[in-house]
Every structure is written in C-alpha cells, then in structure tokens.
Design a binder for this molecule. Structure first.
Ligand code: GLV
Ligand code: MN
Ligand code: MN
Length: 410
C-alpha cells in the first residue's frame, strides 16, 4: 500500500502548536516545563485524543499518544521529539518531529493498518537543556543520574520550579526506565539545524550518529581591586584569562580538531562593576565531537589550555564538570529503513552526523534509534529565524511514516 500523510492536517497542527509561546517574530519561547511548554503538551494530548489515540504521561513527564497493535504483547516503536524550546527559539526544532510523528500515526490509523508493533508518539521532557538536557529520554533509557538532578545545568531552583508546575519528582524521573525488550526502535524527524543539506540541495539526511557533548564550568580567580588606582602592570584581572582562553580555544579547535566545535556560551565577571577589576570570571564551556576518542582528546587539550592560560595571567583555575554525553551511533537497521523510505519517494538522500544533541542519543543506548533530517534554510536554528520549506517538512513526515512501517515489519 502507498501511504502518504495528510499535508493539510499536518500543516494545521504545526501552525497551531507554533502559536503556543509564540515570540510574535516567527519563533517560540517554550523553555522546558514553563507554562507555555505545559500548554503545548496539553495541546498535543488533546489532538491525540481527538484522533482516537490513547494518551499517557509517564513519571518523567513524557507525554505520549499510542496506537495499539492488535497483539497486546507487541513491542513498541517510539516516534518522537520535543515541544520544549530554547529561550526565544525557532518553531521547527522539536515541534516538527512531534507533529510529524502524530500525523504519521494518524495516517496508519485512518488506513486501518494492523501492525505487529504498538506505535507511540512521544514528547520527551526537557530535550533542550534549560533544566538538565535530554532529561525525559535519559529517564526512559535509565541513564539519568541522581547527580544530574542534584546539580543540573540550569540550576536546582529552576528545576524544582518546573517540577512543581508539572507535578514531577526526582523519584519519578529515576524510575521511568523502560525495559529494552519492550521496544522495537525509535525514530525521530528533525530539521538539520546546519547548512549541509541546504547547500547541497539534498532533500533527506540519514543521520549516522550524534555528537558527544561535554560541558564544564570554569572559574578563574584573580583579585578584585580599584580599577582606577591599580597600575596596569599590577592587576590580577580574571577577565584576561577568560578572554585569552576563549580566543585560543577557538583557534586550537579550528586548527587541530576537525569535525569538533567549542563554545563558551556564558561569561560572568564578579563583582561586576565599571570600576572594579574582575576578581572572578566564570565561563560555561561546552564542546562536541562525533568520535569518543577525539572527544576525550579535545577535553584534555581544552582543560590543559585553561590551565596554561590561568598561569600566564596569574590566576587560579577551578574546574567543575557539568555534563557528559557520549557520541551515539544510529542503528544500521534504522538508517537502512530511512534510506529505503527516501528512495521509495524518489527523494535524494545523504548520510551525515548530527552536530546537535537529540533524544535519539539517549534511546540509542536501549534500542535501534534513527534520525531523519530535512534542510534548514541558511542552516539557522535556535532562533526565531529558523525555517524549513513546507514541502521539505512534508517529505520528512512521509519518510518518517515509511521508515516506521519498514522498521515495524522487520
Ligand atoms: C540541543 O539542541 C543542543 O544540541 O544543544
Ligand atoms: Mn531539537
Ligand atoms: Mn534544539
């Protein structure tokens, strides 16, 4: 049977979801467990219920819509993404994959297909890391540590606020693990968020793997002092170490670490006044690599550099590890199903790795996980300017549908 999704229904739902937490400039502001995120999740369950799907929320707050197989002992094929966004983010990141999954499952239901698996559309909690990052999917995979709940990257107070709003608990997060033998796989459609597909005019990306991501808080301790009376050669200025580190780290990664990236996304000086030499500089450091050995080497080089720079400027360096996530290869079986699905629709495709983190990297630890990318205009993402042509979204949703049918039957 040649199944295709309903593009009008898909568009209507995509546009409705984009209204929730709209920035008014084309984007959405729906940080994890914010009132807007909670409203988006309610909208998703309501749409699923209206479509005759069974709805569920697990103890990690993951929201699901299920189309049951006639075999009650069947395994479950998960199709998912997320409704949370980065602050002032785009309307496609996460939302596209979730609405496409909902549309794909409705298409199967409307066609009256009987599949040997349950199909479950899942909206994972806090993919973006406003609180912890890939929180709901790590909970499902059983890889979430109690430590990452105790000192999350967004701060414990913010996490507790979100948990109270959504009625979630630490114990709930730590007991949401699903048994691998109950799962038939995980597929996710997502925008590429980079320029490779758009530049090469290729329609579909078959994701080979997702980068590993490590993050640290670095603190340079200098000496706060009077900015006007302290001679230039007598300052122990923490901002100088921080600035030198950012510039040199960039050069080092560009020169010595192909396929890797480094980012210092926040830098705070304390006490923080026009007329005080910074006594403390705090940096949020994150770096990524698709290869585990290279990620380790990159970490050693960056921390070595942070040390050397600190000594050069007479500062004391304090290093706090915040997050660690290994690179995750996608399953060969899922990649083959996605490539075959693209071919069945006469869509050009290429294999590429993901430079962004995704829930699929958590799921890869417990089941066959695969991702489909569609082009991002100018490679822009995590911005209200994020955009994907609607035809490309429809192509992606059809590839998701057909890849899901292939995985379900295999
Ligand atoms: C999530 O989008 C990430 O890659 O940080
Ligand atoms: Mn995303
Ligand atoms: Mn994102």
């Amino acid at each position: 049977m040649t199944l295709l999704i309903n593009p009008e229904r898909f568009k209507q739902d995509f546009d409705s979801l984009a209204q929730i937490g709209s920035t008014g400039t084309g984007g959405v502001d729906r940080p994890a467990l914010s009132p807007a995120n909670i409203e988006a999740r309610k909208w998703f369950l309501a749409r699923a219920f209206e479509s005759g799907l069974e709805t569920r929320v697990d103890s990690a707050g993951n929201h699901s819509a299920v189309l049951q197989s006639s075999n009650p002992d069947a395994r479950t094929l998960l199709l998912g993404s997320h409704t949370d966004s980065v602050p002032m983010g785009g309307r496609f990141d996460g939302a596209l994959g979730l609405v496409a999954a909902l549309e794909a499952v409705r298409t199967v239901k409307d066609a009256g297909l009987s599949l040997p698996v349950h199909l479950e559309v899942i909206d994972f909690t806090d993919e973006e890391g406003t609180l912890v990052g890939i929180l709901g999917s790590q909970a499902v995979a059983g890889t979430l540590s109690a430590e990452s709940l105790k000192s999350p990257r967004g701060g414990r107070a913010k996490l507790e606020e979100g948990m109270a709003r959504a009625g979630l608990t630490d114990d709930g997060f730590l007991s949401a693990k699903r048994a691998p033998n109950t799962l038939a796989g995980y597929l996710e459609l997502h925008i590429e968020q980079g320029p490779r597909l758009a530049r090469s005019a290729i329609k579909i990306g078959v994701v080979s793997g997702i980068v590993g991501i490590n993050s640290f808080r670095l603190r340079y301790h200098g000496k706060a002092n009077h900015a006007g009376t302290t001679p230039m050669d007598a300052r122990t200025d923490a901002s100088l170490g921080a600035s030198a580190f950012v510039l040199t780290a960039r050069e080092m990664v560009a020169r010595d670490f192909p396929n890797c990236v480094v980012n210092v996304g926040q830098m705070t000086f304390k006490p923080g006044a026009f007329n005080i030499i910074p006594g403390l500089a705090e940096l949020s450091l994150e770096f990524r690599s698709p290869d585990p050995q290279q990620l380790n080497a990159l970490e050693a080089s960056l921390l070595g550099l942070a040390n050397v720079v600190g000594r050069q400027w007479g500062l004391i360096l304090e290093v706090e590890r915040v997050g660690h996530c290994d690179p995750a290869p996608m399953s060969e079986r899922a990649q083959a199903a996605i490539a075959a699905a693209a071919e069945s629709l006469a869509l050009t495709h290429t294999t590429l790795h993901s430079g962004a983190g995704h829930d699929a990297q958590s799921l890869a630890a417990i089941t066959d996980a695969g991702m489909i990318f569609v082009p991002s205009r100018d490679g822009i993402s995590h911005s209200p300017l994020e955009f994907t042509e609607w035809d490309d979204c429809v192509n992606g949703a059809n590839v998701l549908l057909r890849a899901a049918l292939k995985v379900a039957e295999s």
